[in-house]
Design a protein around this ligand. Structure first.
Ligand SMILES: [Zn+2]
Length: 200
């Protein structure tokens, strides 16, 4: 078997396992979403959260804990999703100065209530938007923690959206390893209910 066909076979096995996981509504599935900002959990993972309301969800946002308005809205979303969550307060000023990698890693570890999950979702390496530093930093930090064994998971899922160098709003990356379509009711809830909570 060539390396390419071995990889193809492994990818196909991974996809089958992931399909099986995504079809289950078992309550024992512990899933966490680790994102930079409140609203990222809905923008990039709202569909999968809404499709699995019986999973035990924990949502961690690494910025804006001291932004009273965003914090209030985030907690309303947690209530709506019947999820647990926490906010941290890493710098998110307009200058978007680079954060120190150890600070991001430490913040993640301090705020996660456990270190092992069946599913971890986080930003993609390219950060969904072109040059969105915080998204990219969070993605890299989660990956490093996972590689170092500081957090563990059966499935590390990274958001796969791209904006073609800001030419359009982020869309599903055509090269994503895994794509899923949202049922109509889930789509409607994601795009109608939650924007109201975050913007009105
Ligand atoms: Zn964000």
């Amino acid at each position: 078997m060539t390396p390419q066909s071995a990889k193809k076979k492994q990818d196909s096995r991974d996809r089958k396992l992931l399909d099986t996981l995504l079809e289950t509504s078992a309550e024992h599935i512990r899933a966490t979403v680790i994102v930079a900002h409140p609203d990222d959990e809905i923008l990039w993972a709202g569909g999968i959260i809404l499709m699995h309301p019986h999973w035990d969800w924990f949502i961690l946002t690494l910025c804006r804990a001291n932004d009273r308005d965003r914090s209030r809205r985030f907690h309303r979303v947690l209530g709506h999703l019947d999820a647990h969550g926490k906010m941290a307060d890493l710098d998110d000023g307009p200058e978007q100065k680079p954060l120190h990698a150890p600070e991001i890693e430490r913040t993640i570890l301090e705020h996660l209530p456990r270190k092992d999950y069946e599913v971890i979702l986080t930003h993609g390496p390219q950060g969904e938007y072109t040059d969105h530093r915080r998204h990219e930093e969070v993605s890299a930090a989660v990956l490093r923690l996972w590689r170092k064994g500081k957090i563990s998971t059966d499935y590390m899922l990274m958001f796969a959206y791209e904006d073609s160098q800001r030419r359009y709003l982020p869309q599903c990356d055509p090269d994503a390893d895994f794509k899923t379509s949202l049922p109509t009711d889930v789509w409607q809830e994601k795009y109608r209910s939650f924007p109201v909570i975050y913007t009105c």
